[in-house]
Design a protein around this ligand. Structure first.
Ligand SMILES: Nc1ccn([C@H]2C[C@H](O)[C@@H](COP(=O)(O)OP(=O)(O)OP(=O)(O)O)O2)c(=O)n1
Length: 192
């Protein structure tokens, strides 16, 4: 079930959902707007011939911090990682989906390219996969509303929420835009 504004407020009051820092004005009818932080990760295309998800390519991205009062310029066709200003924490019976903002979508800015799911139990800054599909550069201003978070209540509490030992939970507690962490078990064959 998708939570309404009043349910979002009750979950925040009950401590089952947290956004830090939190601004009540960011609550929408059934979502909460999230803001852009000042840290970005750009791809070092000059260092690699290809991206291989099966290995850890440590120098694949570099962090860029935008100075106070300045924007990050995202050029057409570019793909960068950024992160929410807010640390987002979900209890074991809530899951989230990061969605774009229509006004930014109409300009050609994609907020997440594919992965928008936030697991129950997750806590950390959410990594944004930003790309510009317009024909002109787009300026990204730290602090601007960059997306919205929709929260769903699970049919029962998760038995092994994100962060539990049972999973890798590679992004639990992540700070800032976090590059892909390679899987140790990236291929799982059928068990006979
Ligand atoms: N745009 C996104 C989407 C997700 N996450 C965070 C919240 C999720 O709970 C966590 C893991 O997301 P996935 O399960 O989609 O990622 P993986 O399966 O690759 O990682 P893991 O093996 O840790 O589950 O990453 C994020 O920071 N930014």
């Amino acid at each position: 079930m998708l939570l309404s504004d009043r349910d979002l407020v009750s979950e925040i009051k009950a401590g089952k959902l947290a956004l830090e820092p939190f601004e009540p004005a960011l609550i929408q009818p059934s979502s909460i707007d999230v803001r852009l932080d000042r840290h970005f990760r750009v791809f070092n295309n000059h260092l690699y011939t290809h991206i291989d998800p099966s290995v850890q390519q440590d120098d694949l991205t570099s962090e860029v911090e935008v100075p106070e009062g300045e924007p990050f310029v995202l050029h057409p066709g570019e793909f960068v990682l950024a992160s929410t200003l807010e640390v987002i924490s979900l209890g074991d019976q809530l899951a989230g989906r990061l969605e774009g903002k229509s006004s930014l979508g109409r300009l050609g800015l994609l907020t997440h390219s594919t992965a928008g799911f936030i697991d129950p139990g997750f806590s950390g800054h959410v990594t944004l996969e930003l790309s510009n599909v317009a024909n002109l550069p787009i300026t990204l201003w730290p602090g601007m509303k960059i997306g919205q978070l929709c929260i769903f209540r699970l049919s029962s509490p998760s038995e092994h929420p994100y962060g539990a030992e049972v999973y890798g939970s590679r992004y639990q507690g992540q700070r800032g835009p976090t590059p892909s962490r390679s899987w140790r078990n990236w291929r799982v064959w059928p068990t006979q």
